[in-house]
Design a protein around this ligand. Structure first.
Ligand code: THU
Length: 159
């Protein structure tokens, strides 16, 4: 028997203006996509935007449904749009914003387990890390070097 410890590095920024301009513009796009959210049940709108190495941008917003489990999170909608990425291109940045952060128990919006799994496998498939930025309360931003850091012991299927 042995004890093990896991730790991850992440950064907290106090404003989006401290981020690279490409990421700032992704925050704008994610915020704009909040308007495309369909969240009549939770009232909690979420927007996501991701950009590729070659500069392509894909956005998403959560899409709820009267049959509740059918709900699609903003992150997975953005990733579905990203299937239009060229084969040789890779996703580099991913930004998530929430429209009503005051409704959250936590200080930062946090992707659900299912989205972590999909983000993590996207990284694995493209063999390139996706730097993740999450908007928090008081305009703070969390930055993770890659999505896999948010899913320790995630399921990876060997193809
Ligand atoms: N939601 C997202 O779209 N992304 C997240 O990271 C967390 C939750 C959505 C799902 C649902 O439409 C609403 O937020 C409330 O859970």
């Amino acid at each position: 028997m042995s004890f093990q410890k896991l730790s991850i590095d992440y950064r907290i920024f106090t404003s989006i203006y401290q981020l690279p301009s490409e990421v700032q513009s992704l925050f704008q796009q994610a915020t704009q996509s909040l308007q495309k959210s369909y969240a009549p049940y939770s009232g909690f709108t979420v927007g996501a935007a991701t950009s590729s190495k070659s500069g392509k941008i894909f956005t998403g917003a959560n899409q709820e449904n009267g049959a509740y489990p059918m709900c699609l999170c903003a992150e997975r909608v953005a990733l579905s749009n990203a299937i239009h990425l060229e084969r040789e291109d890779v996703l580099q940045y991913f930004v998530i914003v929430g429209g009503a952060l005051e409704k959250m128990e936590t200080e930062f919006l946090s992707p659900c387990g299912a989205c972590r799994q999909v983000l993590s496998e996207t990284e694995y498939r493209q063999q390139h890390p996706i730097r993740l930025y999450i908007l928090g309360k008081k305009e703070k931003v969390l930055e993770f070097k890659n999505c896999n850091d948010l899913l320790p012991f995630g399921f990876v299927y060997k193809t």
